[in-house]
Write a protein that binds this ligand. Structure first.
Ligand SMILES: [Fe+2]
Length: 189
């Protein structure tokens, strides 16, 4: 494939991520406000600050590509955030709401990890080390944020001493697995 075509593809990826990150900057404060657990609240608040830096980092990547920073509406992220806020509205404050927030936030993180992974690979293929490094930095932050969310989920499961035998709704969140890299059904231990 021609290098120019790949560069165009990379620019498209950056535009998608740029829009996605900006949507997250708007959505995170609601999640911070809704969270009850202190670790979750603090974790989301610090990820909000991190996300603002990720927006700036994408602007640096555009610059390194010789492109102006432009957004392309990211429908995937819009859908994930809409679903998340719907789930949040269905729970009363407390552990169940916290778990709903974690479930929504992890879907967002995984979407981002995938998007950054693809963009970073293309940056490597076109030999743009600067862009590749910038994208890798963010990808690492998203992975760390995802793993922190898994830790808080298990903290919540432990503190609630949840009894899986009679609470059907708890099963909904059993997919948040500590060992799973994709939030798959490995939640029970
Ligand atoms: Fe992000």
């Amino acid at each position: 494939m021609e290098q120019e075509t790949l560069k165009e593809l990379l620019t498209e990826c950056l535009r998608d991520l740029y829009d996605a990150e900006k949507q997250i900057v708007k959505a995170l404060p609601k999640m911070v406000k809704a969270a009850t657990n202190t670790d979750l609240k603090d974790g989301l608040a610090s990820h909000l600050e991190e996300t603002k830096e990720q927006v700036t980092r994408l602007e640096e990547a555009f610059e390194a590509m010789g492109e102006t920073a432009k957004s392309k509406p990211c429908k995937g992220m819009r859908g994930l955030l809409a679903e998340g806020s719907e789930a949040l509205s269905e729970e009363e404050p407390g552990a169940m709401l916290d778990l709903a927030i974690i479930a929504a936030a992890q879907k967002v993180e995984h979407y981002e990890i995938s998007g950054y992974g693809t963009a970073r690979t293309i940056a490597e293929k076109v030999g743009n080390q600067k862009v590749s490094k910038l994208l890798q930095m963010t990808e690492d932050e998203e992975k760390a944020a995802d793993s922190k969310l898994t830790d808080v989920a298990f903290e919540l499961y432990d503190s609630q001493e949840m009894d899986n035998s009679d609470e059907e709704e708890e099963a909904e969140f059993a997919g948040v697995g500590r060992k799973s890299s994709n939030g798959g059904a490995k939640g029970k231990r």
